[in-house]
Design a protein around this ligand. Structure first.
Ligand code: 2E7
Ligand code: F3S
Length: 317
């Protein structure tokens, strides 16, 4: 069989990640280091290492940030409790929450304000879920898997709505929603999809290349929900094997034994040079140069946070 390498598109940075990374870069420029960042700005080891080398200090909790310092909230969003804590320490905050996450926070507030209970589909412990749940903690129940639906108990089955994390498996989420609706026929839908355009496009694009692949390599970090989902989606779509790597050095040559057709993609938090590194490595292993299979174009961009734009304008005069 002839060997081939197909790289999926869209892959890599989404509009929210680009905005969040540029936010930290500009903050370093105008305020000077150190700029504190609460949690990883995006879930990518290389991005975090690179910004750390340039003067960003990543912390887990607001309590670790010195009084009055500059702090950026990560792309995954924060709960109102975290905002209050930052205010209490007199921090200068810059909010890099993805606007598509802010939209879900608004939906949570609205549903709770109308007296509904919210069934939030998402992964326990993920920062985005902690932030969204924090908008209406008394009104929200987390549902992680379709199998969990049987055990969900609500106060009033006539007043329940569902929302989701933005980076879930599209197919599995619909399974969960179908199971929820079978149990609560009056279940209220969000006004629009919470799984974001970038998650949906990257999953659809990997499906296209996975069906024919002996191996799919997904570039992305271990804690990157959307990257890990791409491995699962590739396997579900028929890839004979699929592995996640942070960079080319993690590609195990044993995975290539007897493998002709390789697909490559990357999560929404992954700089494209890391994908290029994997493609170069495959060429060194005797595979041909990759061809790109593009599902759709993406043109969305987000303006920088308004508080940062204001300070940038003042700094530039
Ligand atoms: C923010 C949001 O940083 P990521 O790897 O995050 P996930 O949520 O996939 O672990 O990817 C970009 C991103 C995705 N969703 C950033 Cl809310
Ligand atoms: Fe936002 Fe989706 Fe990216 S929620 S940060 S556009 S993966």
């Amino acid at each position: 069989m002839t060997r081939s390498v197909v790289v999926a598109a869209p892959r890599g940075y989404c509009a929210g990640v680009d905005r969040a990374v540029v936010t930290v870069e500009r903050a370093l420029e105008i305020y000077g280091p150190p700029v504190y960042v609460r949690k990883q700005i995006v879930h990518n080891k290389h991005v975090v290492e690179d910004l750390s080398a340039r003067g960003a200090i990543f912390v887990e909790e607001i309590a670790e940030v010195p009084e009055g310092a500059n702090v950026v909230f990560s792309a995954h969003g924060v709960s109102p409790q975290v905002r209050a804590e930052a205010k209490g320490r007199n921090l200068h905050t810059i909010d890099a929450t993805c606007p598509l996450v802010t939209k879900v926070h608004h939906e949570a507030k609205r549903f709770a304000g109308q007296g509904n209970q919210i069934l939030l589909i998402g992964h326990s412990g993920h920062e985005e879920v902690e932030g969204t749940m924090g908008e209406a903690p008394e009104h929200t129940i987390l549902v992680e898997h379709p199998d969990d639906v049987a055990g969900v108990e609500v106060d009033d089955p006539e007043s329940v709505a569902w929302l989701s994390q933005t980076t879930l498996s599209v197919d599995e989420t619909w399974e969960t929603v179908d199971a929820l609706r079978a149990k609560f026929p009056k279940l209220i839908d969000p006004p629009s999809d919470d799984i974001c355009y970038a998650t949906q496009n990257r999953q659809s694009a990997v499906k296209q290349i996975a069906a024919n692949a002996d191996l799919v390599i997904v570039v992305g970090s271990r804690n990157s929900s959307n990257s890990v989902r791409l491995v699962e989606v590739a396997l579900d779509a028929g890839a004979k094997a699929a592995h996640r790597v942070d960079n080319a050095s993690e590609v195990d040559p044993a995975w290539l034994e007897g493998v002709d057709k390789i697909g490559v993609t990357s999560g929404a938090s992954v700089p494209d040079e890391l994908v290029q590194g994997v493609l170069d490595f495959l060429v060194e292993q005797g595979y041909p140069a990759a061809t790109e299979e593009r599902l759709t174009e993406e043109n969305l961009t987000f303006a920088l946070p308004p508080e940062l734009r204001r300070d940038l304008k003042a700094a530039r005069g």
